[in-house]
Write a protein that binds this ligand. Structure first.
Ligand SMILES: CC(C)(COP(=O)(O)OP(=O)(O)OC[C@H]1O[C@@H](n2cnc3c(N)ncnc32)[C@H](O)[C@@H]1OP(=O)(O)O)[C@@H](O)C(=O)NCCC(=O)NCCS
Length: 393
């Protein structure tokens, strides 16, 4: 990001040329005061705080542009990115009232799209109030489509439309069959992912904490690194089968998963016993277990048949820590695997469920992500609708 001369105070940060012409420039912390003044004049609620602005202006995963007219800050746009994904989000855009309808908003939006593309994003998403007709017109005219509604999004409890645009001509933004569900505990990514997958197949499946905990109790490995155990592929597959879904398991080897995550022999023994018990139940239930390298093409073929997959990933590449992490795969195209990630906690302040729903991840990157730990464990659970299962609307 290019640095500019720091000058304090709203309106005092004057580019020394271009009088009378709008100048779009990258922002830095020297623009903080001017940005806050503009923010306060443009928004009545949900304003970005000084702390949040400061954080975002120095964050490697955010970019801000400012619009200047005769040395006065008249607008800004802020885009955020998610590491190792191809998703960007227009976090904020605003133009001073007296300078609106003069094309500044459109120029800032163009900048946001260019910036997102430069950072490797293929999709730009945003939230907008259904009552903000001007902004909605701006977005629609520039190719954004509404893909969801975020209930109770704003401070005043009103809803937001979620809109998105594909920034790369040869990909089309796919409509996701998945509704996002956020895991409510550190160790329930598996149950939360399974709920999203089951709900995508049968909208009658309730996604709530009670269902999440019930699945965890059925599928947990008991122990993991510290605290409660997560869920392995067999436990999750059994939970899905019990709820009437057709299930298939993919694993790269037949060892008890996550056994290296605990040190004590006693805990290893418990994990082994749990694994053997799940294995016996899987055999008894007739659930097929495919052993070998996980193939995205195979998962894609199943997706084309209306099935949904949960895939085990290394949380490191999405969230920066080394825990195993289940996600729901909610689509494929030639370039991307679309992932719905139940863990929307780490950067909750700046990200919303929309940043976790059908996130495009380059196929190669997802293949790297979908290997956990030193042993590069690969695991997926594919679920489909049994002909006997009655779908609810
Ligand atoms: C939304 C906002 C940034 C637009 O900025 P702007 O500089 O007025 O936008 P532009 O002049 O570039 O307008 C571009 C297009 O947007 C649409 N548009 C913008 N404001 C509009 C309005 N009030 N009514 C209808 N259409 C509008 C038009 O299609 C316009 O194209 P046109 O000029 O060819 O008709 C500005 O209204 C604003 O700051 N609003 C308050 C903050 C806000 O709501 N931010 C968005 C949060 S999601």
């Amino acid at each position: 990001m290019a640095k500019r001369q720091a000058t304090k105070g709203a309106g005092s940060h004057a580019p020394d040329q271009g009088r009378g012409a709008i100048m779009i420039q990258p922002a830095d912390v020297s623009d903080l005061d001017a940005l806050i003044e503009l923010e306060n004049r443009c928004f009545e609620i949900d304003r970005l705080s000084r702390r949040a602005f400061r954080h975002l202006l120095t964050s490697p995963t955010a970019s801000t542009a400012t619009a200047w007219l005769d040395g006065k800050l008249v607008g800004y746009a802020l885009v955020i990115f998610r590491r190792n994904t191809s998703l960007a989000r227009l976090y904020s855009i605003a133009v001073l009232k007296e300078h609106r309808k003069a094309g500044i908003g459109a120029r800032l939006l163009n900048w946001a799209e260019d910036e997102a593309t430069d950072q490797g994003a293929s999709v730009l998403r945003l939230e907008v109030s259904p009552t903000n007709k001007g902004a909605i017109t701006l977005y629609r005219d520039r190719g954004y489509t509404q893909f969801a509604v975020y209930p109770d999004y704003y401070e005043d409890h009103s809803d937001a439309y979620r809109m998105e645009k594909s920034l790369i001509p040869d990909i089309c933004v796919i409509s996701s069959p998945v509704r996002h569900y956020s895991q409510t505990m550190d160790f329930t990514c598996g149950p939360a992912s399974l709920l999203m997958a089951m709900h995508a197949i049968d909208a009658g499946v309730k996604m709530d904490q009670r269902a999440e905990i019930a699945i965890w109790r059925e599928a947990t490995t008991i122990f993991m690194t510290s605290g409660h155990g997560g869920c392995g592929p067999r436990g999750l597959a059994l939970a899905a089968a019990k709820r009437g879904f057709d299930v298939e398991i993919f694993v790269s080897d037949l060892e008890p998963p996550f056994i290296d995550s605990v040190r004590s022999q006693e805990k290893k023994e418990v994990l082994r016993l749990v694994h053997e018990d799940f294995d016996a139940q899987v055999t008894e239930a007739g659930i097929p277990v495919r052993v070998g390298p996980l193939s995205m093409d195979e998962l894609e073929a199943r997706f084309q048949d209306g099935k949904m997959s949960l895939v085990l990933t290394s949380q490191y590449r999405l969230h920066g820590d080394k825990s195993p992490h289940w996600v729901t795969v909610s689509g494929f195209d030639d370039h991307y695997v679309y992932v719905s990630d139940p863990d929307d906690s780490p950067e909750r302040e700046f990200y919303t469920g929309a940043d976790y729903l059908s996130v495009p991840i380059p196929r190669r990157e997802f293949e790297i992500m979908a290997k956990y730990g030193k042993g590069k464990l690969q695991a997926a659970v594919v679920i489909g609708c049994k002909p006997s299962r009655k779908k609810k609307k």
